[in-house]
Structure formats: C-alpha cells, structure tokens
Design a protein around this ligand. Structure first.
Ligand code: DP6
Length: 326
C-alpha cells in the first residue's frame, strides 16, 4: 500500500574506508569501501504522504530537524517524487535506537531507511539497488546500510550516477564482533564530508591513498571470504591508519585522535602481541576506537578496553541484516 511506509535500517562500520570523492556533485567515492552492518544500531523511519503540506517536514527523535538537516532529506524526496510522478509532500519521522552515545554516526542508517521508506510510501516497487543509489547520493556510507552482513561500495566513475552498494556475504557468514570503545560524549568533530574534502584538496598523500585503496579493499574481501582474521584485520588497520595519516597531513590538519584513542589502540595491540588474542582496530571521523574480534574473545576484549584509561564505556555489535520494511 502506498501513502505511508516504515523501514528499519542499521549503521555500518567500514573495514575498508571510503574517504575522498571522485565526483563531488554526484557524491561518488574515489575508493572502494567494504563494511559490516551492525545489528544493534537501528534507525526507524516512517514516511507519510500528506496532501495538505506545501513542503516536506522532517522530525528527528521527536523534534523538528533544522533546515540544514532537512536539505538532504528533501533532495532525496524530490528525486523519488519525480520517479513516482507524484507531487505530494511528505512528513518524515526518524528515530534512532542506538546504544547511548555510541559514537557511531546515524546518518548511514538514517538515509538508508529514508530511501527505502520513501520509495514504498510513494508506491514504487521494492528495489534495493535503486534505494542504495538514492542513499549514496545523500551520504555514500548510507548506500551500504541497505544490505546486511558484509557489503561493498565500489569506487565511482566521475559522471556515472548509477553507483550502488552490493552484499558480499550475509550476516551469518562469520561470527565477528565489533567492540566500540567510547572516548567522548557527543563532542563535534570535523565532519567526514569536510574532512575528506580537505584531504583531497590539500593532503600530499591523497594520490597514494587513491592508488593503494583498491589493494587494501581486495585483501579485506579475501580475508572475509577465507575467514582469515589476521588477513582481514591487518588490512582493516592499514585502511584506517592510511586514512588518518592522510587527514592529519592535510592543511589545516585534521586530527580525530584523543589521548583515550591512543590508549585504546595500545590495548588492542597489547591484547594481540602479548596475549595472542585476534583483535584489530579501526577508527572513523571521531576519537572512538572500534575493535574487531571473534565472538569467543569479545567479553575479554570488551572488559580490557573498558578498563583502559580514557575509555568511558564499551558497546558490542554483531553483524546485522539489511533494511526491513514494517
Ligand atoms: C570515515 O558517508 O559520512 O565513516 O558521502 O560526504 O556523506 P558523505 O560522507 P560519509 O563518510 C563516511 C566516512 C567514514 C568511512 C566510511 O564509512 O567508509
């Protein structure tokens, strides 16, 4: 039935990072990225068509969103209206069910849920590829949250707006866990979009990053396919350290690390080198450290990170499904 639809989508963590665009107008990534969809970090979005509205209305966690937050929502809705040949405006209500202050961005799950819910509300048939393209235009990492398990978003060719993510392996492929070591409460960092723009324009390492990223992504795909944690983990660490080195060397420098981040990285390394635990780190555009390990080791990894100076608390996530229509 059209007119109203509700969709749940989940956040994802990039193992191979997307950082830098090959086409800013079309929001195409310059490098391939590979992610894991995270079961507990959910966004639920309801889109309702309301003929009485003369513009779209966007409510986030029960409050009216700012104009800035609403722009990307309205842009996506306009594209869907054109495809559906329906001019009716919509009310969008989005709610995040994230473990408190997880430090994980909700924009990926939010735009994925919005794309699928809006398509359904405007009466378009379910088409996950189309939804992934729409989500990617709003925020490229959101393209991956349409699908469950382990997901790839290839690099985009400038001018080609048909780029979508696709699933590599389902959520049951491998019993991996992600432990989030929360370092700060809600401090605002340089956004991914701004940070990657500064890196592309000013970092002397940007070309090397674009050249090497496909090799790192290929190792990550192979590590996943063979369920080889050392292969996957080493390449995951290469991806995030290269991304942060590139960002740090940009002008002005973009530094996401805080003292607690360094301490948590030290814990991950000590667990691995001294105790022999298979655990590997990654970080995004913020200070939190995310540790990848097997399910059997997750309690020990979470407890040890939780006792690390500067770590406020830990959150454990497991591989989750793709979008679900209510
Ligand atoms: C570090 O998807 O937020 O999380 O496309 O400009 O909205 P835009 O960027 P965004 O960037 C995510 C960057 C990252 C790595 C990743 O998720 O691949």
């Amino acid at each position: 039935m059209s007119g109203r639809a509700t969709v749940v989508a989940r956040a994802n963590i990039a193992l191979a990072k997307y950082w830098g665009k090959s086409d800013e107008a079309l929001n195409l990534p310059a490098v391939p990225s590979v992610s894991m969809t995270l079961a507990p970090m959910r966004t639920e979005t309801t889109v309702t068509l309301e003929p009485s509205l003369d513009h779209d209305v966007f409510e986030l966690d029960g409050a009216r969103a700012s104009d800035k937050e609403s722009v990307r929502v309205s842009t996506m809705l306009a594209e869907i209206r054109a495809e559906a040949h329906d001019k009716t405006h919509a009310r969008v209500a989005s709610r995040n069910f994230f473990p408190t202050a997880s430090g994980l961005a909700s924009s990926a799950s939010g735009f994925a849920a919005l794309a699928a819910a809006a398509r359904a509300a405007y009466g378009l048939p379910r088409d996950d590829r189309r939804a992934s393209i729409l989500a990617r235009r709003a925020s490229a990492s959101a393209a991956r949250s349409i699908f469950g398990g382990f997901v790839e978003l290839p690099a985009g060719t400038p001018g080609d707006d048909s780029l979508a993510a696709y699933p590599l392996f389902g959520p049951d492929h491998w019993d991996l866990r992600l432990v989030v070591a929360v370092i700060t409460e809600g401090r605002k960092d340089v956004s991914s979009r701004d940070g990657m723009g500064i890196s592309r324009r000013t970092s002397p390492y940007y070309e090397a990053w674009v050249e090497k990223s496909p090799l790192i992504a290929a190792r990550i795909r192979e590590g996943l396919s063979k369920q080889d944690l050392a292969m996957l983990g080493e390449a995951t660490e290469q991806s995030f350290t290269a991304m942060h080195a590139l960002a740090f060397a940009s002008s002005p420098f973009t530094l996401y690390f805080q003292p607690g981040s360094l301490a948590a990285l030290g814990t991950v390394r000590r667990l691995r080198d001294v105790e022999g635990v298979g655990v590997y780190a990654t970080m995004d555009a913020g200070p939190h450290v995310k540790a990848l390990c097997r399910a059997k080791d997750v309690e020990h990894v979470a407890a040890t990170l939780g006792q690390t100076q500067g770590v406020l608390r830990t959150i454990v996530a497991d591989p989750g499904p793709g979008i679900e229509l209510a």
